[in-house]
Design a binder for this molecule. Structure first.
Ligand SMILES: *Cc1c(COP(=O)(O)O)cnc(C)c1O
Length: 362
């Protein structure tokens, strides 16, 4: 069976070494030594200022919305994972879907301004597959209209743009360290705020707003990362460079095997150092996608429809929120993310590519 991804397992000894330290101190959570160590190591590895570690990438988004005081309408992308939209709704805000660029698959900045109303307070965009949004144009628009910018950077671990961490754009970027992501803690997430005051507020909010012995300073929730999860992160961290290198190699094999086949790939912008988080391909028609998908499944290969459905069509959305987003809806009907993980072999990539080519030729 070839799944879309396989969770990377660091050497078990590395994990248990970190667990032993928990057994020695007896501290399992509440910003313990391993969470602090992981926070410092990730901050350094990612080249960012200060990363708040949390339970998962969804709570990271919710805390970002809450700590930045975002209310009312939030302009957002329909082409992402459902957590992006759900976090807006969960925080009592209104998602206003703006269509994506047909080449980069990211929020189309030229469509943002016409969606802004007096109730708009923020833009929440996704660096989908780890490919950057048009961060400069979005910044200009946000500044002009006094909007906060949150990036769902769940796919963007380690991505750099013109030599700088992509995570440093916007008021805030959120990461997911879920087991299916490039770098993972089993479950986990991170938030990077540009304003240290907001970061302080979010930290407090992530632990019930509870400070010291018995001071309850702000509204809070429990979004703390446990020491067990931080131990997994610490075991993963030394592996990340070789994980990215292996994924780059697999992606290059796909590039080679699928060259000239006519599948659309996300446009790569200048100055990008990519992390090879995903290998999405877009077929000409939904029928071609379904044919390839069925043929692959018959060979025990399971690509995933990342990202489908287009989030503006989610069945539980109130009707008025289902604004048409033809580009995103069309992409969502035609895309497959192909298997990509460190243990994937060249013969497997060749078999997958040949299978796709046969369905396209038939
Ligand atoms: C995985 C993912 C999330 C959610 O992260 P969790 O850690 O699973 O809560 C949010 N947004 C995007 C784009 C994701 O892919």
């Amino acid at each position: 069976m070839i799944p879309v991804t396989r969770t990377f397992l660091p050497p078990l000894d590395d994990y248990t070494t970190h667990l032993e330290s928990i057994w020695e101190t007896g501290q399992f959570t509440n910003n313990g030594p391993l969470v602090k160590q992981l926070g410092a190591a990730l901050t350094k590895a990612l080249g960012v200022r200060d990363l708040l570690l949390v339970t998962n990438g969804t709570l990271a988004l919710q805390l970002a919305i809450k700590a930045l005081g975002v209310r009312g309408e939030v302009i957002t992308t329909p082409y992402s994972y459902v957590a992006t939209t759900n976090s807006i709704l969960w925080e009592g805000c209104v998602p206003v879907f703006v269509d994506v660029d047909p080449h980069t698959f990211a929020l189309d900045p030229e469509l943002i301004e016409s969606a802004i109303t007096e109730h708009t307070t923020a833009i929440l965009a996704t660096h989908v597959y780890g490919y950057p949004c048009d961060v400069w144009r979005i910044q200009q628009i946000a500044q002009k209209h006094g909007l906060k910018v949150i990036y769902d950077a769940a796919h963007a671990y380690g991505v750099r743009l013109h030599g700088e961490p992509l995570l440093n754009h916007g008021d805030c970027s959120t990461l997911s360290f879920h087991a299916t992501k490039l770098f993972h803690c089993g479950e986990g997430g991170g938030i990077l705020f540009q304003d240290p005051e907001v970061a302080k507020r979010a930290f407090l909010m992530s632990k019930f707003g509870h400070q010291g012995e018995d001071d309850y300073i702000d509204l809070g929730i429990n979004a703390k990362m446990s020491e067990l999860h931080a131990a997994m992160g610490l075991a993963m961290l030394p592996q990340v460079e070789s994980i990215i290198a292996a994924r780059r190699q697999c992606s290059a094999w796909y590039d080679e095997c699928l060259a000239g086949v006519g599948l659309q790939r996300p446009k790569v912008v200048e100055g990008l150092e990519y992390n090879y988080a995903y290998y999405p391909v877009v077929f000409d028609t939904p029928e071609a996608m379904q044919k390839a998908r069925s043929a692959l499944q018959a060979r025990d290969v399971y690509p995933r429809r990342y990202f489908h459905p287009s989030l503006n069509t989610l069945p539980f959305l109130p009707e008025p929120l289902k604004r048409a987003c033809p580009v995103s809806e069309s992409l969502a009907q035609r895309v497959l993310s192909l298997p990509l993980y460190t243990a994937l072999t060249r013969p497997e990539v060749e078999m997958i590519s040949t299978c796709i080519k046969h369905t396209l030729a038939a």
